[in-house]
Design a protein around this ligand. Sequence first.
Ligand code: NDP
Length: 422
Amino acid sequence: MTEIDSTLFEEKVLQGGKVVVDFYSTECPPCEALAPKFEAMAGLYGDKISFYKIFRQENRALAEQLGVRSSPTLLFFENGVQTTEPISGGIKKSDIIARLDAMLTPDEVASIKCRQKPLFSEYDVAILGGGPAGLTAGIYLGQAKINTVLIDSALPGGYMGITHQISNYPGFEKPQPGFMLAHYMSEQAKQSGIDFKVAVDITSVDLRKKEIVIDGLETIRAKKIIIATGTSPNPMNVPGEKEYKGKGLSYCATCDAKYFVDKDVAVIGGGNSAVEEALFITRFAKKVTIIHRSEKFRANEIAIEQALAHPKIEVLFGHRPKGFVRKEDKMETMIENVKTGETRPLLTDGVFVFIGLKPNVEVFGSHLPESDDWGYILTDDEMRTNLPDIYAVGDVVSKKFRQITTAVADGTIAAISVSKEL
Ligand code: NDP
């Protein structure tokens, strides 16, 4: 795997036969999560396909020419032509493998699969998810000398890692960038002695057998499992949403706001995330239009005051998005006035979406712990679910307040409870 810049693009990529290119940025958690997967793929497929990385911030013209609008983005070429749709954002290892396999003959694919050997390991506790709840459980279990593994499909930090600034986590006088808080917590968890298996694909989880398969070939068995899988962004369910995800629609201001210097941006949503991230985006963009379906924000009062007073922020209360269309290098958001039903287009250079979250429970298939009406897992006051030896902590749990501090508390309670039982 080699790093190149735009001067080598013609020679290495367009004339390079079968090639994969990773456009990455700094301060981009999904880019960091992709890096070890990309490197592992280069090790496996490297004699048939060339792997290159290009730093998007320093090769902006090339990125724009290729339609790269989100970091990271993977492009697949064969003899100078893109063979498949690019993939971007939180890229799964299985999605990369499917595209790489499609570039090779069945015999070549079979010979690569033969080189991969199945692995097996056993632990006292497996923590699924490395946000503040999972990391805190890890710190306590590691310090209690309990054989523990923490598994995450991304890098540790969860939602905290992509939050621009956190001003209400105790112990810090000044607001902390989310990725720094994530860094401190994950280093503390590592130093406690637990194993980390992060930026992996979680292939399956069997909560009855307490067995987790990662990357399709490594089986992890544990006596107890702590579910700390958190939440994912809600879908808007409007036309253009899937099509333009990562190609004009972004879900991570930390990753993508820097590409909108002196540009017009729309932000959709009216909670803490939308209002706080809109304020962050004003550092780059010349104008930020917040589109919010209600007449009032539901963020913290300080952020609301700052947003309403900000000269770069305009707010369209009582409007919701009905669909997205790309118009050359701009995004057209069709917005509807909720009261009158009138629709009109809003043209901006990019759109950021922050409309809340849903619990990450799909990986458990049909054998789920008991949940509330919204799919959040029900627990007792020691974070036990209704399934034997299965605990749940953090945002995935049914509760009233989802904050880093409440997630940290859940992780603490579960770890102490588990330690006493083992
Ligand atoms: P929230 O659930 O708080 O807000 C979601 C927003 O999106 C609401 O304003 C909602 O509108 C709007 N919305 C929901 N569905 C749609 C839709 N289909 N179309 C258009 N708009 C829609 O989510 P957040 O991600 O902002 O926050 C999640 C949690 O994380 C909250 O508890 C929040 O307090 C916390 N948080 C805390 C931070 C901090 O402490 N600094 C920073 C960021 C988040 P409506 O209001 O009309 O329902």
